[in-house]
Design a protein around this ligand. Structure first.
Ligand code: MRU
Length: 336
């Protein structure tokens, strides 16, 4: 299954509604700015690469419906909408890069039709590049995974976090394709349970041996010698190799260093932020308290009125990273 695609007949972005997984596999149709903003901000579409591609294809669907009659008005309306979409989530740099590339492509074309053609090309380029980069990450990263390897991952950086294949899970898929047996430990990833709901969904569907653990079990699992390597995804990487990923990644990195377990981050170059010297400049999204006080949007598990701190991401310093798995190869030093 493709996480998202552009439906040419409907001229709409179609995306799996990931808030419904694993109980329901259903696509939502997106063709208005509000729908695109909500799909990203509610995490119906989530994962840095998927957010970037959704923004590009979604903005193209929106552009096809703009009613401006002259190119000046068209460019103005599009820029306003792209900046609104950019504000849907703050951490994954792919969102800003995609919106920026779509805005830049407004300049190629003398008529509205030509501008739309330019937007189309950029949106489909962004989608194609994502697929190619994820597969290349898989081909490079599989070398790290020996037959029988036990891999610990966090959140979901698999096919559901990209158009297909994913980043952190791409090496696992590729190793399995090459005939190796891999056992993945998936951290549940409180509070929104992307590990329990999404990583376990896609790996069990792919018939890959998967064991779900509470986030707090990871340290003990490493201490017991149960993990050969950790591979996580990335939402934004600074020039020195510090990177943001789902909250809990930093704890895994600290534990991996303590227990001498190799710790890898997998990322396409669309996740590099060349403007940031180090991780201190990465904006960390804070999400609403109910995600923590209530059990996955259902009944409360905490008393009303309790204070809540709910950062959605944390920053892992480069000093804790064994290597960076990218579409260009595996690097010991930050690849930018
Ligand atoms: O809040 P989410 O679900 O969008 O967070 C996703 C992650 O943290 C992923 O690990 C990251 O985006 C990399 S996905 C290839």
């Amino acid at each position: 299954v493709r996480t998202l695609y552009f439906d040419g007949e409907k001229s709409s972005l179609m995306a799996i509604d990931q808030t419904k997984l694993p109980s329901e596999l259903k696509y939502i149709e997106i063709f208005t700015p509000r729908q695109l903003f909500e799909a990203i901000s509610t995490l119906a579409v989530r994962g840095a690469p998927a957010i970037g591609v959704a923004a590009a294809l979604g903005l193209y669907a929106i552009a096809l419906r703009l009613e401006d009659k002259d190119t000046r008005g068209f460019r103005y309306s599009f820029k306003k909408i792209a900046s609104f979409i950019s504000s849907s989530r703050p951490t994954a740099v792919n969102l800003f890069t995609s919106c920026g590339r779509m805005i830049a492509s407004l300049e190629y074309g003398e008529s509205i039709e030509e501008i739309k053609a330019s937007l189309k090309k950029t949106a489909f380029d962004i989608e194609r590049e994502d697929v190619e980069m994820c597969h290349a990450i898989g081909r490079h990263g599989q070398a790290l995974i020996k037959d029988g390897a036990r891999v610990l991952t966090h959140c979901n950086a698999g096919s559901l976090a990209a158009v297909e294949y994913g980043t952190a899970l791409a090496p696992v898929y590729e190793a399995v394709k090459n005939g190796r047996t891999v056992h993945v430990y998936a951290g549940e990833t409180r509070p929104l349970l992307q590990g329990a709901r999404l990583t376990c969904f896609e790996l069990t569907r792919a018939k890959i041996k998967t064991t779900l653990i509470c986030d707090s079990a990871a340290s003990f699992l490493m201490q017991s010698g149960g993990v050969d390597l950790v591979i996580v995804g990335c939402d934004r990487m600074a020039k020195n190799g510090d990177f943001a990923n789902k909250i809990g990644t930093l704890s895994l990195a600290v534990n991996a260093a303590y227990y001498e377990v190799d710790f890898y981050v997998a990322l396409p170059s669309s996740t590099f932020d060349e403007n940031l010297p180090d991780g201190k400049g990465i904006i960390i999204e804070e999400r609403k308290p109910e995600e923590v006080t209530d059990m996955f949007f259902s009944s409360p598990i905490s008393p009303a009125g309790v204070g809540v701190y709910n950062p959605a991401f944390d920053i892992t310093p480069h000093t804790l990273v064994t290597g960076y798995i990218t579409e260009k190869g595996i690097f010991k030093k930050p690849p930018i």
